[in-house]
Design a protein around this ligand. Structure first.
Ligand code: AMP
Length: 185
């Protein structure tokens, strides 16, 4: 199964992606995690993207697309994966379409986690992950970036008829149960 999990910052994408990865036995590919780990390990990529992540801005499309394309060459992704945090712009979505096309593969589902905007900031502040981009000012920027650049990705996938809207309000288990329901129907 090839799945994208999508939604604004604070919607719970990472948490649900981990559960999906375990339940369906597919690897979880999070571009944000790749960047955070590169920053922590002070790799050349980490040094390049640190100030971008710190500001809550987006890493340039070409860089993210090249990284995902390279990562997906690993055999472990042959039987499917769950993408979390990618694609985040329409050009990234178009590039991902091409990557799939070249491999003769298709996307099975685009899960859209719906959470009211008022709840997002509270959730991020209370999750206490200690991320350098989890301060009120940076969260505001990340949400602005989401509404301006990332939200249009939803329309891109609506045209492909793969979007499944998931109510993202409730406990982790409740939300996960809703996700599993969409796959059993
Ligand atoms: P996330 O963990 O998905 O919230 O991502 C954390 C940060 O990593 C984002 O605020 C961006 O700075 C960067 N990032 C992650 N994925 C992407 C992407 N697909 N395109 C551009 N920047 C990204």
């Amino acid at each position: 199964m090839r799945i994208i999990i999508f939604g604004p910052p604070g919607a719970g994408k990472g948490t649900q992606a981990n559960l999906i990865s375990e339940e369906y036995n597919i690897p979880h590919l999070s571009t944000g995690e790749i960047f955070r780990s590169a920053i922590k390990n002070e790799t050349p990529l980490g040094k390049e993207v640190k100030s971008i992540l710190d500001a809550g801005d987006l890493v340039p499309d070409e860089k993210v697309v090249a990284l995902v394309e390279e990562e997906l060459k690993d055999d472990k992704y042959d039987d499917g994966y769950i993408l979390d945090g990618f694609p985040r712009t329409v050009p990234q979505a178009e590039a991902f379409d091409e990557i799939l096309d070249k491999k003769g593969k298709t996307l099975d589902a685009f899960l859209q986690l719906e959470v009211p905007e008022e709840e997002l900031i509270d959730r991020i502040l209370s999750r206490g992950e200690g991320r350098s981009d989890d301060t009120p000012e940076k969260i505001k920027n990340r949400l602005d970036v989401y509404w301006n650049e990332t939200q249009p990705v939803l329309n891109h996938y609506k045209q492909q008829d793969v979007v499944k809207e998931i109510n993202g309000v409730g406990s982790i288990d409740e939300i996960f149960a809703r996700i599993k329901d969409t796959f059993s129907n």
